[in-house]
Design a protein around this ligand. Structure first.
Ligand code: NAI
Length: 468
C-alpha cells in the first residue's frame, strides 16, 4: 500500500513534548500531523498528571487553610465539610478546558490530529492503527514523543481501587482513612499531601535513606521535617515486599535496612516509584531505532535517533521526566528542522514539588558542586526574615543559593517556601544568563514580596544580608 499523505513532520504523541512541537512546527510553516491514541489531547501531563494533580493540590490546600490557618486571620468558619465529588468534578473541568485548548490550537494552526496507535517503519513511514483499520503515512521527519508510564512493583497488582498508581489516586471516590505511599518522590509527596490535607493518615515508604533523592540534601531534610510536622509519616530505607488486598484494606509487607520484616495496613496504597519510557509497540526494533542502556530511545545532541530523520524527545529519552523539559526539546527539534538553531540548556531546567510549602530548584545541588570539586560558597536566607512571608503567616523554609567562590557565578538555587514555583523563574533566568550572585543582589526586588528572600540570599553570598 502506498503512503497516503506526505507531511513535513509526523509527531507521535500529543503530550507536552509532542503537542508543543506540533504547534511550533506548524507555526514555522511545516505541514504537520500528530498521532495520538487517546481522544483527549495533552498526554499524561494534562489528563492524568501535572494538571489534575495541581487542581487537587489547590483545592486541598484551600481546605487545609480553612481548617487550620484562616482562624489566625480572624476568619471564623462554623462547620467545615468536604465535598470530594465536587472537588473531583472541578479537577475534571480544569482538565477538560486545557485538553480542549490543545484541540483548539491544533485546529487554529492546521495540525492534523490523527487518532490511533503509531508504529514507525524502517523507511520512515508510519503505520497508524485504529479499530482494526490501518493507514500508512509518510513524512520527511518523524518525532517520537511517546512519554512514560508508571512503574509497577512485583507483588503489588494495581487495581485502581485499593492499590492505585497516580491515575487512580487522582480519582478516588472517597478520602481513605489511611494511605500508604510507596516512593517518596514527586508523585508520592504531592498526592500524599492531597489526602493528608483531607484527613487521611499518610505513611510514606521510601527505599532510600532520604526523600526526593535528586534534591539538595539539606533542602530535602528540611522539607521532610516540615511534611512530618504536617502529619506525614516517613519510613525510610524501607523495602516493600508484597501487598495483599483483604476485607479491611491492604496489608503491606516491608523490610527495613537491617532486614527486619514487618507488616503495615492501610485502606489505600499508592505506588509512586517512578516511571518508565513508553517504547513498546512503536516498532523501534524492526525500524532499527536503538535504545540506550536504560531502555530509553538513544538520541544524539540534536535529538536524532539511530534512524535518519527520526527524532525523539521527552520522557522517552534520557533526562528528567518533566513536562517543561519535553516542551523545550520538542521546540528545539522543530526549530532545527525549520533551519533555526534549536538548543536546550540542561543546566537551566527548574524542578518543582508542588506541596505546601513548595520546593523549587535549578542548577547544581551542594553535593553535586562538591563532587565536581568546585570551590563554592552557599548561603541560606530564611523566610522568617522576609516581611511578606511574615504578613502571609508562611514563614517556613529558606532560599539557598550556591555560587562559584572565584567567579561568583550562580551554580544552583533551591527554594523551600511559599510560592517557590513562581520565585524560581528569576533564578532560572540568572543561570541562563550566567549571572553572578552580585547581579542578583544588585537587582531591585519589589517590597514587600517573597522574592526579597532571593535578593537577601544573594547579598549573603557577598557583602552580607541586610535583614538578619
Ligand atoms: P520519582 O522518581 O520522583 O520518585 C520515586 C521514589 O520512589 C524515589 O524516591 C525512589 O527512591 C523510590 N522508590 C523506588 N522504588 C521503590 C520501592 N520499591 N520501594 C520504596 N521506594 C521506592 O518518581 P515518581 O514520584 O513516581 O514520579 C515519576 C516522574 O514523574 C518523576 O520522574 C517526576 O519527574 C515526574 N513528576 C514530576 C512532577 C513535578 O514536576 N512536580 C510531579 C509528578 C511527577
Amino acid at each position: 500500500m502506498a503512503p497516503e499523505v506526505t507531511y513535513d513532520l509526523i509527531v507521535i504523541g500529543a503530550g507536552p513534548g509532542g503537542y508543543v512541537a506540533a504547534i511550533r512546527a506548524a507555526q514555522l510553516g511545516l505541514k504537520v500531523a500528530c498521532i495520538e491514541k487517546e481522544r483527549s489531547l495533552g498526554g499524561t501531563c494534562l489528563n492524568v498528571g501535572c494538571i489534575p494533580s495541581k487542581a487537587l493540590l489547590e483545592s486541598s490546600e484551600l481546605y487545609a487553610q480553612a481548617k487550620d490557618k484562616l482562624k489566625d486571620h480572624g476568619v471564623q468558619i462554623g462547620q467545615l465539610s468536604l465535598d470530594l465529588a465536587k472537588c473531583m468534578e472541578r479537577k475534571d473541568q480544569v482538565v477538560g478546558q486545557l485538553t480542549g485548548g490543545v484541540a483548539f490550537l491544533f485546529k487554529k494552526n492546521k495540525v492534523d490530529h490523527i487518532l490511533g496507535t503509531a508504529q514507525v517503519n524502517a523507511d520512515r513511514s508510519v503505520t497508524v492503527r485504529q479499530n482494526k483499520e490501518e493507514t500508512l503515512l509518510k513524512a520527511k521527519n518523524v518525532l517520537i514523543a511517546s512519554g512514560s508510564s508508571p512503574i509497577e512493583l512485583p507483588g503489588l497488582k494495581i487495581d485502581q481501587k485499593s492499590i492505585v498508581d497516580s491515575t487512580g489516586a487522582l480519582a478516588l471516590p472517597k478520602v481513605p482513612k489511611s494511605m500508604i505511599v510507596i516512593g517518596g518522590g514527586y508523585i508520592g509527596l504531592e498526592l500524599g499531601s492531597v489526602y493528608l490535607r483531607y484527613g487521611s493518615q499518610v505513611t510514606v515508604l521510601e527505599a532510600l535513606d532520604r526523600i526526593v533523592p535528586a534534591m539538595d540534601l539539606e533542602v530535602g531534610k528540611a522539607f521532610q521535617r516540615i511534611l512530618h510536622k504536617q502529619g506525614m509519616n516517613f519510613q525510610l530505607s524501607t523495602k516493600v515486599k508484597k501487598a495483599t488486598v483483604g476485607k479491611d484494606g491492604v496489608e503491606v509487607e516491608v523490610e527495613d535496612a537491617a532486614g527486619k520484616a514487618s507488616t503495615l495496613n492501610a485502606e489505600v496504597v499508592l505506588v509512586a516509584v517512578g516511571r518508565r519510557p513508553n517504547t513498546s509497540g512503536l516498532g523501534l526494533d524492526k525500524a532499527g531505532i536503538k535504545l540506550d542502556e536504560r531502555g530509553r530511545i538513544a538520541v544524539n545532541s540534536h535529538f536524532q535517533t539511530s534512524l535518519a530523520g527520526v527524532y525523539a524527545v521527552g520522557d522517552v529519552i534520557a533526562g528528567p521526566m518533566l513536562a517543561h523539559k519535553a516542551m523545550e526539546e520538542g521546540v528545539a527539534v522543530v526549530e532545527s528542522l525549520a533551519g533555526q538553531a534549536g538548543h536546550v540548556n540542561y543546566d537551566a531546567i527548574p524542578s518543582v514539588v508542588y506541596t505546601w510549602p513548595e520546593v523549587a530548584s535549578v542548577g547544581l545541588t551542594e553535593e553535586q558542586v562538591k563532587e565536581k570539586g568546585i570551590e563554592y560558597r552557599a548561603f541560606k536566607y530564611p523566610f522568617t526574615a522576609v516581611p511578606k512571608a511574615i504578613a502571609m503567616g508562611e514563614k517556613e523554609g529558606f532560599v539557598k543559593l550556591i555560587a562559584d567562590k572565584k567567579t561568583d557565578r550562580l551554580l544552583g538555587a533551591h527554594i523551600l517556601g511559599p510560592r517557590a514555583s513562581d520565585m524560581i523563574a528569576e533564578l532560572v533566568l540568572a543561570i541562563e544568563f550566567k549571572a553572578s550572585a552580585e547581579d542578583i543582589a544588585r537587582t531591585c526586588h519589589a517590597h514587600p514580596t517573597l522574592s526579597e528572600g532571593v535578593k537577601e540570599a544573594a547579598l549573603g553570598l557577598g557583602s552580607g544580608p541586610i535583614h538578619i
